[in-house]
Design a protein around this ligand. Structure first.
Ligand code: S3P
Length: 435
């Protein structure tokens, strides 16, 4: 991949309506469940990102026919629970932790061996959190000292377990539930804090008996998934950059239609409101079994907060954007209890602290968070560390910096938000490719 740098500088007040692409978490799950369902499933609003396309390519390698009737749509010809076919080729999950961890669960119960690989960033992400409990279910998965590639040995008989997750992780929960489809007996997962429940909701929508409530999910093996149509909402995590951008640029007013508002995803909305943001939810409704609404965000002066720890898991992907808001808010923001940020696509506490300091911000890293004293941002050069959300966050920072913010290596934005640059510029950003 050629290095792609961006330069972001103050534009005009942000105005208009921004159509945010489909949800990454929902798109991954829709592909996987549709693949092992009986019959044809139509996915609408599918995220055309590199992460979700990588999952589609893996499923194709495993013998699933997936058609693209139009951009943002997939027609998946399900092969049934036992219809996947092995391949001697490696299965490349690209940058996607969700893809790799969920596929590990799905592949653990197959009759064939498989090898899951990822890019430089994914190859550094911890996998024992998923391979250890899968091993307790009877799976055999080799890692490179806890890191990818994952060698999944097929032909194991899985049994259900009761597992209390040591860290809140929807990816681990989902991997175990997917393995549980192939297990004898009950698989029960208990979370230390409820996480996004898309797998549970979607399994139910595909007709698999499952009991779940916030923090607990239980299912038994031996049922059938029936094809279903899935409507993917706009991704709240992608909307997050525009929520922060419009909040901090004077004169802004943006509308973000049909954004997914699953309560396990909207922690940033509450955090920004606590900071003084003006964000309204218009026409709250249900779409495809998920709460959605049109978000309307207007500029408002922000002030620092002590972030309530209970919000952390509900905004785990939104901290890079929150750090930008905190860096330009008045007063101090304190984040604690967010050590998971250190094992995302990059170490997001370190990536944000280094980048913000390069722009003159006052930020102190702590093992599980940061202390940020808001003020003015200056010009500077920042690194993304191959992390899409770091790139987009600093594009937002450039809107209010005293001079241009040069962002090195932004190609990974395409993993979750293809077309970000064009959409952003369309509503008032001044974001350029820089050579
Ligand atoms: C995701 C779960 C979260 C999140 C990731 C997507 C999912 O990861 O950070 O972007 O789709 O289940 P963890 O499960 O590691 O917290």
């Amino acid at each position: 991949m050629n290095q792609l740098d961006w330069s972001s500088r103050p534009g005009r007040p942000l105005r208009g309506s921004v159509r945010i692409p489909g949800d990454k978490s929902v798109s991954h799950r829709a592909l996987m469940l549709a693949a092992i369902a009986e019959g044809d499933s139509h996915i609408h609003g599918f995220l055309e990102g590199e992460d979700t396309r990588a999952t589609a390519a893996v499923l194709t390698q495993l013998g699933v026919r997936i058609e693209t009737p139009a951009t943002g749509e997939r027609l998946v010809h399900g092969v049934g629970l036992h219809g996947l076919r092995g391949t001697p080729q490696v299965l490349d999950c690209g940058n996607a932790g969700t893809g790799m961890r969920l596929l590990a669960g799905l592949l653990a119960g197959q009759a064939f061996d498989s090898v899951l690989v990822g890019d430089a960033s994914l190859s550094q992400r911890p996998m024992r959190r998923v391979t250890d409990p899968l091993a307790r279910m009877g799976a055999r998965i080799d890692t490179r000292e806890g890191l990818p590639p994952l060698r999944v040995h097929g032909g194991q008989s899985l049994r259900g377990i009761r597992y209390e997750l040591p860290v809140a992780s929807a990816q681990v929960k989902s991997a175990l539930l997917l393995a549980g489809l192939y297990a004898v007996g009950d698989t029960e997962i208990i979370e230390p804090h409820p996480t996004r429940d898309y797998t549970e909701r979607m399994l139910a929508a595909f007709g698999w008996p499952i009991q779940f409530s916030p923090g607990v999910a239980r299912l038994a093996g031996g049922h059938v998934l029936h094809a279903n149509d899935v409507q993917v909402p706009a991704d709240f995590s992608s909307a997050a950059f525009f929520l922060v951008a419009a909040s901090i640029v004077p004169g802004s007013e943006l509308r973000l239609p049909a954004v997914g508002l699953n309560p396990r995803r909207t922690g940033l909305l509450h955090a920004l409101r606590l900071m003084g943001a003006d964000i309204a939810i218009e026409q709250p409704r249900e779409s495809g079994g998920e709460p959605v609404g049109d978000l309307v965000v207007r500029h408002a002066p922000l002030h620092g907060i002590e972030l309530p720890a209970a919000l952390v898991p509900d905004m785990i992907d939104e901290f890079p954007a929150l750090f930008i808001a905190a860096a330009v808010a008045s007063g101090r923001t304190v984040v604690r209890g967010a050590a998971e940020l250190r094992v995302k696509e990059s170490d997001r506490i370190a990536s944000m602290a280094t980048g913000l300091r390069a722009l003159g911000a006052a930020i102190e890293e702590t093992p599980d968070g940061a202390i940020i004293d808001g003020g003015r941002l200056g010009a500077g050069r920042v690194e993304t560390h191959l992390d899409h959300r770091i790139a987009m966050s600093f594009a937002v920072a450039g809107l209010v910096a005293a001079g241009p913010v040069r962002i090195s290596d932004c190609a990974h934005v395409a993993t979750s938000f293809p077309g970000f640059l064009e959409l952003a510029n369309g509503c008032g950003f001044a974001l350029q490719r820089a050579d």
